[in-house]
Design a protein around this ligand. Structure first.
Ligand code: COA
Length: 338
């Protein structure tokens, strides 16, 4: 088995900012309600002509530039998304084209807010087993393409954006400190699939006038049930992955949680008795970018030089499916020059 390290990260957020007041102009809602119930102040929405793959490409390009790796040297490209450019081919293929890579195998992972952790775990498996050497793992979403702007209980929650990491396999002998991705907790419960979903637009109900009339191709959510399950599951998996790593919560330097609701993040943090400073939060500025939240959070730590070699990091998520996952990693890059 090889070790697998994160070499670099990148992110892209669309330029245009929409504050909560924007929604109060056409919906029965308020800045106060949204901030108090979700922690969201504003979010970014992509321009109509801006594709999901454009955002994912920009995040991926940043990764490659920062690691000094050429796109042609990547063997695997996974894009986690539920708002891909097309039903098929995969958005990862369009990103691959944009990057100028013509050989990597490339596909999308559809696991909603669980997507990035699922994709990261799959890439880990391919690199640790020695099948591939380098992988780009991208989480990219154009949530505005499936938001119902007449439904105040969902449209205020989400935003557009992308994040990415570049993974590389290293020989354990060259990585005596054991940097990289180390422990994984992954799961799903399909019996709760209907609690958060896009009912129409797939092969059960291809787009048709009826589905358009009933807004079936937009997000539908039982918010309360998602909330309760998210808190319960995130608590369990974060404790599980830390125990698997042989650590205690106090030893974790950074938690990078999925950003669905600041109150969900706070209740996980409070149960762990952790200070706010150890939890990455970007929901206030970006809303819930679904597959994007965690790689964007990693990139915030990375670009703000907050990640020190040897630090312990936990990533955790919960989303539609329901899907969930947590990863423990030890930050460090034995391949970095100098
Ligand atoms: N503005 C004002 N009122 C709103 C509103 C909005 N944007 N959205 C919902 N409400 C209303 C509801 O209609 C309801 O009114 P009612 O009591 O008259 O029926 C009231 O606020 C309370 O609704 P409820 O759903 O109980 O609120 P909540 O405290 O659970 O907060 C969510 C709602 C959606 C913010 C919360 O349930 C949540 O974050 N759920 C998880 C979402 C999530 O994680 N999604 C993605 C998973 S990855």
């Amino acid at each position: 088995m090889k070790d697998v390290v994160i070499r670099s990260s990148g992110r892209y957020l669309p330029e245009k900012v929409f504050t909560n007041d924007h929604f109060a102009r056409f919906l029965d809602t308020s800045d106060e309600w949204i901030q108090e119930r979700t922690g969201i102040r504003e979010r970014r929405f992509a321009a109509p002509e801006e594709r999901n793959s454009d955002m994912g490409t920009k995040a991926a390009q940043q990764c490659l530039e920062r690691a000094g790796v050429d796109a042609s040297e990547v063997d695997l490209i996974i894009c986690a998304t539920v708002t891909g450019d097309r039903i098929f081919p995969a958005t990862a293929n369009f990103i691959q084209e944009n990057l100028g890579n013509r050989t990597a195998w490339a596909f999308d992972v559809n696991a909603a807010c669980g997507g990035f952790i699922y994709a990261l775990s799959l890439a880990y498996g391919m690199l640790a087993s020695g099948v591939n050497r380098r992988a780009l793992v991208i989480g990219s979403e154009k949530m505005t393409s499936i938001l119902d702007f007449t439904d105040r209980s969902t449209c205020v929650l989400f935003g557009d954006g992308a994040g990415a990491v570049l993974l590389e396999a290293v020989e354990p002998a060259d990585n005596p400190e054991g940097y990289g991705l180390r422990n994984f907790v992954l799961g799903a419960d399909g019996s709760l699939a209907y609690k958060l979903w896009q009912p129409d637009g797939g092969s059960v109900n291809p787009p048709n006038p009826d589905s358009l009339a009933r807004h079936g191709h937009y997000i539908h959510m039982s918010g309360r049930e998602v909330y309760v399950n998210a808190v319960r599951t995130m608590n369990a998996i974060v404790e599980d992955v830390i125990a698997q790593a042989g650590l205690t919560p106090e030893q974790i330097d950074w938690f990078v949680p999925h950003q669905a609701n600041k109150r969900i993040i706070d209740s996980v943090r409070e149960r762990l008795k952790m200070p706010e400073e150890r939890f990455v939060v970007n929901i206030d500025r970006y809303g819930n970018t679904t597959s994007g939240t965690i790689p964007i959070g990693i990139d915030e730590l990375y670009t703000e030089n907050k990640l020190a070699t040897g630090q312990h990091v936990v990533l955790m998520t919960f989303g539609a499916g329901f899907t969930w996952g947590a990863v423990y990693l030890k930050w460090g890059d034995p391949l970095a020059a100098g």
